[in-house]
Structure formats: structure tokens, C-alpha cells
Design a protein around this ligand. Structure first.
Ligand SMILES: Nc1ncnc2c1ncn2[C@@H]1O[C@H](COP(=O)(O)OP(=O)(O)OP(=O)(O)O)[C@@H](O)[C@H]1O
Ligand SMILES: [Mg+2]
Length: 504
């Protein structure tokens, strides 16, 4: 007789078969139950004519570098969706609170940090870095691979990843914080400190830092004068008549000396005005952030690595200043590197020495970079705090030419600077219920709309579809997607490192 033997007793084969049948039944009931909880999306026409995975985001469909976003969540084949990042991208992630925006930004981060070559998360050939401007301090958790151990939160996140058949491993992620804002009592080990030099700040940054209007207020005009005299014109020392030469690499000490000793501003500004600015210059100059040597961007951003800059502890004006100065420096350095690359690629008359020099400049420059920011309406919005918005708009408009990509997430697309929104080519939209925000999302969809959309067998509009997206399910649309016939619905993949965007 056929039988199954355990250590202590024997179960007849017929009984084993019956038990198996029961287990199968229970499993299928559970599966059906799970499926019945999931919303059913049916869109027409067919999403693509091409078989297999969808790889979209590059007009030339080069597919050299790509990030796995998830799988189609529509009726039909469950194809995987990859974002082709061979060319540069401006990605927008919209959605109301708690729908999965930070999680989706985390997926992009994980892909970019997964190293050169081919993994489950990405295929990367071109050296690129990424800088996460983390104004909520929730992305440092990307340094923690998910394991089936530890806290209930980690085990919960592991279970989601495991069920979808993903494994976790350590990624190339570095943590940075502006100097002076570290807190060794709570910070994870290995957080590096960022320093910014006074001469990196532009007039707008000073205005933001000192909370003054540089055009209308005497204090603002004094700041403008101060920067011009110190960095461009030089001035005369009132004590001895000596000429102080201009210095473009000026420090806070140089600014203090100017306010103390410049003869040209004597009698032009009231004493109280000068004193007020001198006091502010002294206060900021004493801050650790502005006291060290400017941290080179090549220290912060490395190829096939993601750097997370923790900004939550900074007051808003300082957040704006740090973000603006870094973005400007990144654009400046990448502009020069890409100029050098184009000369090397295109100029036919270079001497051997010139070619060597250009190649060296390129290899020691900051690599192509993705900048990522969550809750982008805060710094790049139209509200009073969005002081870095002009820099973001410039970055989004011009960055592509210099090998710079951008990914921004927001729960309030209608509050984002429209000049930035209009640059978005790849749009990932989680559930949106506010008509105002849904309208902004709809207006910025760059793929053709479906000819028919059904949710749970009911015909719906695009706005209704946005209202009916499950957590972690998004619409995906992309300007550079010749293979994509229309907007599609995607179930974003699970994260493989810890997601830090939960309430604790
Ligand atoms: N693709 C996904 N797979 C599995 N779970 C997900 C996915 N996306 C989101 N979630 C779940 O949804 C929760 C909320 O996601 P997330 O923190 O990204 O929301 P959010 O839109 O950023 O919210 P908030 O506006 O509050 O910042 C996550 O903690 C996670 O449990
Ligand atoms: Mg979030």
C-alpha cells in the first residue's frame, strides 16, 4: 500500500490525497478572496502591440539603462513595466496622502542604487549618481535590507516583498547631513557631513536666509552692495585707506570685515541697518554648515550610488539655501563636463594633449545625476516657502542637456510651480480625489488616453479612474513611449529595502 511516513505514525495515501485537496481548496479560496478585494481595471485599446515586457521612457527605445517599476494591473497579460532611463528624465509622482508616492520614489532610488549590470530591480550600464533631497528624513531607511526578523514593521514589509518573489540585498546608499545638524544619539552610523561655502550663495539665497526683500528694503540693498563690493569691485578700508581686493571665494569673515570697515557704505545706510546685517552674518558665519571647506560634489555624488541628504532638521530658509546652492553647483559642473564630452565626441581637430585633458576632466567630474525630492510642493511650490522653485525650474528645463534627471513627488500637484509641472514627461499618478489636483494630473498626461476605461466592469472617466486607484497602484504615462498606445494602470513593485514613510 502507498503511504506517507512521518516520524511516529503512518498516514494512508488516500487520506494524504484528501488532505492535499483540502489545502488546495483553502489556498484557492484565499487567492480568490484576495483577488476579489482588488479593483479590476480594463482599458482599451490594447496597451501595446509588442510582446513581453514594456520598456518605455526613451524616444529612441535604446533600453541601455532601465528601472523596474512594476507590472501592469489591467485585465490582460501581466507584463512588467520598466522605465527606460538611457536618456534623461523628468518624472512626476502625484497622489493624495498615504497612497504610495514616497514608496514609488523609493523604488526609483533602489533601482539607481542597485549597481552596474543587471539585477531584478534595474539594468544599468551608464555611470550615474543620484541625490535625494530628503526634506522629511524618511529615505535613510533605504540602507536597511528587508529581512524576516526584527520588528513587526520590518517583518510586515518583508512579507510583502517575499510574496512578490523579490529578495533583498544591501544597496549602494550613502547618508549625508548638513554639518551642525547631526544628532549622534539617534542617527544611524556613517552619516557624513556637508559643508557649504559663503561664496556659493547667490543674492536670492541671502534674501531667503536673512528673510529680506533685496530690492525694496534697505537691509536687502545693503546685502546686494556687500556681495558686489566683496566679490566684484573691492573696497577701501576706512581705518587706513588700504584697498581691499575683490575675492570671488569670499568667506563669512570677509563679509563681517566689509561691514565693519568699508568706507564706501559709510553714511549710505543707517547704523541700525548695518548692525542688523552684521549680526546676521555673524550668526550664520558661526554655523558649522558654513564653517568648513566647501564639500566637493564629487565627494557627495558617485557613479552607481545614491546619496541621501537629510534636510528635515533644517529651518525652511536654510533648506532652500542648501538645495538651491547644490542644484546650481550640480548644473554648473555638469554643464562643463557635458561641454567637454561634446568637444571630445564632435571636434575632429583635437590634439592628443587636448583629448587627454578633456577625457580627464570628464572622468573626474560629477557623473550624470538624478535629483529626487519628495513633497516637492514645499520647496518648488508657488507658496511663500518655495524659494528654491526658480532653481528647480531651471534644472528641469536645462538639466537634460547636461545629463541631469529629476524625480519629484507631491500630494498637491496644484501647488507645484506650473513651470516645473510642464517639464514632466513621465507621470506616475497614485489615487487623487481632489478635482483640482486631478485636473493638473489629467492636463499633464503625455500618453494618449484610453478609448474606454472600465473599473469593476463600470465605464468611468479618467478622473474616476484616478479616484479608484488602490494603494500602490498608479496610472503611468510618458511622452517618450512609442511602444505605449495609451496611459496604463500599474501595480508598483514592492520595495526591497525598508520604507521609512510610515507613522511612528
Ligand atoms: N507598491 C506598493 N506595494 C506595497 N505597499 C505599498 C506600495 N505603495 C504603497 N504601499 C503601502 O502604502 C503605505 C503608504 O505609502 P507612502 O508612505 O509611500 O504614501 P505617501 O503617498 O507617500 O503618503 P504621504 O502623503 O503621507 O507621505 C506604505 O507604508 C505601504 O504600506
Ligand atoms: Mg510620503
Amino acid at each position: 500500500m502507498l503511504e506517507t511516513r512521518t516520524e511516529n505514525f503512518v498516514i494512508p495515501e488516500a487520506r494524504v490525497a484528501r488532505i492535499r485537496q483540502c489545502i488546495d481548496m483553502l489556498v484557492s479560496i484565499k487567492l480568490l478572496d484576495e483577488q476579489s478585494e482588488m479593483t479590476n481595471y480594463r482599458l482599451e485599446p490594447e496597451v501595446t502591440r509588442q510582446p513581453g515586457d514594456l520598456v518605455v521612457g526613451d524616444a529612441g527605445q535604446r533600453g541601455r539603462d532601465k528601472l523596474l517599476l512594476g507590472t501592469l494591473a489591467e485585465a490582460g497579460a501581466r507584463r512588467r513595466l520598466w522605465l527606460d532611463i538611457t536618456g534623461e528624465q523628468v518624472v512626476g509622482i502625484f497622489g493624495k496622502r498615504g497612497t504610495g508616492k514616497s514608496y514609488s520614489l523609493g523604488l526609483l532610488l533602489e533601482g539607481l542604487a542597485s549597481g552596474a549590470g543587471s539585477t531584478r530591480l534595474a539594468e544599468l550600464a551608464t555611470p550615474r549618481g543620484a541625490l535625494v533631497l530628503d526634506i522629511m528624513d524618511i529615505f535613510w531607511t533605504s540602507t536597511i535590507p528587508l529581512i524576516n526578523d526584527g520588528s513587526a514593521e520590518v517583518r510586515k514589509q518583508f512579507a510583502i516583498m517575499d510574496k512578490a518573489g523579490f529578495q533583498s540585498r544591501a544597496l549602494s546608499v550613502d547618508l549625508w547631513i548638513p554639518a551642525g545638524f547631526q544628532n549622534p544619539a539617534i542617527d544611524p552610523p556613517g552619516v557624513r557631513q556637508l559643508y557649504i561655502a559663503a561664496h556659493e550663495l547667490e543674492l536670492d539665497d541671502w534674501a531667503s536666509l536673512f528673510e529680506v526683500d533685496v530690492f525694496a528694503e534697505p537691509r536687502g540693498m545693503l546685502i546686494a552692495d556687500m556681495l558686489n563690493y566683496v566679490s566684484r569691485d573691492g573696497y577701501t578700508d576706512v581705518r587706513n585707506g588700504n584697498r581691499i581686493a575683490p575675492d570671488q571665494q569670499f568667506t563669512f569673515a570677509d563679509l563681517s570685515a566689509f561691514l565693519e570697515n568699508c568706507s564706501e557704505i559709510q553714511g549710505v545706510y543707517q547704523d541700525t541697518t548695518v548692525r542688523s546685517i552684521r549680526q546676521r552674518v555673524g550668526t550664520y558665519g558661526a554655523q558649522a554648515l558654513f564653517s568648513g571647506t566647501n564639500t566637493p560634489l564629487t565627494d557627495v555624488i558617485g557613479s552607481f550610488r545614491v546619496s541621501i541628504l537629510m534636510l528635515a532638521r533644517l529651518p525652511d530658509p536654510l533648506k532652500n539655501v542648501v538645495v538651491s546652492t547644490l542644484l546650481r553647483r550640480l548644473m554648473r559642473e555638469r554643464r562643463d563636463a557635458s561641454f567637454a564630452q561634446k568637444r571630445l565626441d564632435l571636434a575632429g581637430d583635437l590634439t592628443k594633449e587636448e583629448s587627454t585633458r578633456l577625457a580627464e576632466i570628464i572622468s573626474t567630474s560629477v557623473p550624470r545625476t538624478w535629483v529626487m525630492m519628495d513633497e516637492a510642493h514645499n520647496l518648488a511650490g508657488t507658496g511663500p516657502n518655495g524659494m528654491a522653485r526658480d532653481t528647480f525650474v531651471k534644472y528641469a528645463k536645462e538639466g537634460r542637456n547636461y545629463g541631469l534627471s529629476l524625480a519629484v513627488a507631491t500630494q498637491q500637484p496644484s501647488a507645484l510651480d506650473p513651470r516645473l509641472t510642464s517639464q514632466i514627461e513621465t507621470l506616475i499618478v497614485h489615487q487623487l480625489t481632489s478635482p483640482k489636483d486631478a485636473a493638473v494630473a489629467r492636463e499633464n498626461i503625455r500618453s494618449p488616453l484610453p478609448s474606454a476605461t472600465n473599473v469593476d466592469s463600470q465605464p468611468v472617466s479618467v478622473d474616476d479612474l484616478l479616484r479608484r486607484l488602490d494603494q500602490g497602484t498608479t496610472t503611468f504615462s510618458c511622452a517618450n513611449a512609442p511602444a505605449l498606445n495609451r496611459l496604463c494602470v500599474v501595480s508598483m513593485r514592492p520595495r526591497t529595502t525598508a520604507h521609512g514613510g510610515y507613522e511612528a
